[in-house]
Ligand binder design. Structure first.
Ligand code: HQG
Length: 188
């Protein structure tokens, strides 16, 4: 399948599984999973396609990001949800430092309010700086990467959840657990 077709399908899959399952007439369970055959039928119906399971596995295999997971006869989006019903993710102990790439213009607000989920259900954190930079570049050509002291946050009762190998999730991260602020913000 051509790259642009894979990208198109990935976007439709994300939209259905993260944001608007109702549009596709599918139901997600508490962990975000839905029946894979029903999901494929729904994509085909809504977008007038003739996708098979192989097409869905091709989308997953060709992506550098682990956005989806197929388990047996079910599929889910691993992170990124904005649905009203909160999707459950497994609580675990993350690496001591996680990273969050963001835009310079968001820093004053983050410094005041901490990291908030904004339009999504959870704050998204990265396991490495390069990934965090790429996440931040979606919002700013010169993103800032903040460090999260995960052990201090957990000791204060903040739970961290597993998205995938590179993505961790949290309800919020108060600013006192964030490091790596640019000088101008610290001095302001
Ligand atoms: C910012 C992509 C002001 C936050 C990525 C971010 C990721 C605040 C923006 C995943 C704030 C939300 C998620 C506060 C947080 N005041 N701004 N208090 N707290 N923000 O897109 O983390 O390609 O919802 O810093 O790779 O950028 O879709 O979150 O800049 O894994 O698979 O509000 O989406 O994955 O933006 O990205 P987003 P994100 P996919």
């Amino acid at each position: 399948m051509a790259d642009n077709k894979l990208k198109y399908l990935s976007k439709k899959m994300s939209y259905a599984l993260r944001h608007n399952p109702d549009k596709y007439g599918i139901k997600l369970n508490d962990y975000g999973y839905t029946d894979l055959s029903c999901f494929i039928d729904a994509l085909n119906r809504v977008h007038h396609l003739t996708l098979t399971r192989d097409d869905i596995t091709a989308v997953i295999a060709h992506s550098t990001k682990q956005r989806f997971e197929i388990k047996g006869d079910r599929i889910c989006a691993l992170y990124g949800h904005s649905l009203p019903g909160i999707i459950h993710h497994r609580v675990a102990t993350p690496p001591a430092i996680l990273y969050h790439g963001t835009a310079r213009r968001f820093l004053p607000s983050i410094r005041e309010l901490g990291l908030l989920p904004m339009q999504r259900q959870f704050v998204h954190l990265s396991t490495d700086i390069q990934t965090a930079q790429a996440v931040g570049r979606r919002h700013d050509s010169q993103p800032v990467v903040l460090e999260v002291d995960t052990h201090a946050a957990q000791a204060a009762g903040i739970q961290l959840y597993v998205g995938n190998d590179q993505v961790w999730l949290a309800d919020e991260i108060p600013a006192r657990f964030l490091y790596g602020w640019p000088e101008n913000l610290i001095n302001s």
